[in-house]
Design a protein around this ligand. Structure first.
Ligand code: PEP
Ligand code: MN
Length: 337
């Protein structure tokens, strides 16, 4: 619930409210404005608690938050959140493009990819340093050496780097290099890992699990926020449906639905969302038109030789052709790239 203190309420009245809500099992988040103090009581909301607080001295209003998520909700925070990664601001007027290969393979591969995407206008570089998907026979183990290739990319191109953590044991090492830490679709309900990244002071790029409802997805973000890390970027990456022409169905509804309920920036990943290179551009254009705050696109210098996700990776020249189209659409919807 959100508790609005009356303009002339006293410090004692404020303290009494804080003590009472803590007694009732809530955590207090205080926002002191010029005119008013607002207290967010975060916890499992019990309707019977509202009148108790409402009747306390100095309280002007108590507004329940009806959604199961609190800190992530648009009721809790009216202004949209911006997340800074290096010099890049996510969630502002500018639509931010993150691009790079599925996985980091070699120095030549990452540097070629990074130079190409930077020249075309990408603002962040992506690349997993290991992968734990699909099959125990194809997974690759965490290799800290691969992180040094990401640092090289950053030094050479100035692009901040985004990379995925699959397991808590690798988090420290990854957090030391990554400018933003990705939690992939398959870990989006790994609540202990979400809590751990919630304790970092580092942006988190959270992808939607392929069978998560929008509400469950925002609840996953709530886990991170509830530990104190408010720098969270959400990413729609396709969900599982009965459709079999593509491995996943990109749920573009999620963009305006989430933005209506939640103040966090929302990205779209048209690469995993379609699984097919020839479909990526169309869905990237549609995502910008739908109001996405950014896109994550897989680009590989030689997709046919990629160890993972080659079929959905754009060639550098395809990415370079796409960017001006995205710029025109961004302008049409009052944004820029
Ligand atoms: C990725 O970004 O490379 C990836 C594997 O994404 P997802 O977790 O959405 O499948
Ligand atoms: Mn991938």
């Amino acid at each position: 619930m959100i508790i609005v203190m009356a303009p002339h309420s006293t410090e004692e009245e404020f303290q009494a409210v804080i003590e009472r809500i803590q007694l009732l099992g809530y955590r207090a988040h205080v926002i002191r404005g010029v005119e008013r103090t607002v207290i967010g009581a975060v916890g499992h909301e019990d309707k019977s608690h509202l009148p108790i607080i409402e009747q306390m001295k100095g309280v002007e209003a108590v507004i329940p938050i009806l959604k199961p998520f609190k800190l992530a909700s648009a009721e809790w925070k009216q202004q949209r959140t911006t997340v800074r990664v290096g010099d890049v601001v996510i969630g502002g007027d500018e639509i931010v493009i993150i691009a790079g290969p599925g996985v980091v393979e070699s120095e030549a591969q990452v540097l070629a990819a990074a130079e190409a995407v930077r020249a075309a206008g990408a603002k962040l570089f992506r690349g997993c340093v290991y992968s734990y998907y699909m099959s125990p026979y194809t997974q690759t183990e965490f290799d800290p050496e691969k992180l040094s290739l990401l640092r090289r990319v950053r030094e050479e191109t100035g692009l901040p780097v985004v990379t995925e953590v699959f397991s808590a044991k690798d988090l420290d090492a990854i957090a030391q290099t990554a400018d933003m830490i990705q939690i992939g679709a398959r870990n989006s309900q790994n609540f202990s890992l979400l809590r751990l990244v919630g304790r970092l002071r580092k942006p988190v790029f959270l992808k939607r699990g392929m069978s998560l409802t929008i509400r469950e997805f925002i609840m996953a973000a709530e886990y991170i926020l509830s530990e104190g890390n408010s720098e969270v970027v959400l990413c729609e990456r396709g969900i599982r449906t009965f459709e079999s022409e593509t491995p996943f169905s990109l749920d573009l509804n999620a963009v305006p639905v989430i933005k209506g309920q939640c103040h966090l920036p929302v990205f779209v990943d048209p690469s995993h969302g379609t699984g097919r290179r020839h479909l990526v551009a169309a869905m990237a254009r549609a995502a910008v038109a739908a109001g996405a705050d950014g896109l994550m696109i897989e680009v590989h210098p030689h997709p046919d030789q990629a160890v993972l996700d080659g079929a959905q990776s754009l060639r550098p020249e395809q990415f370079a052709d796409l960017m001006p189209q995205l710029r025109r659409i961004a302008e049409a919807v009052g944004r820029k790239i």
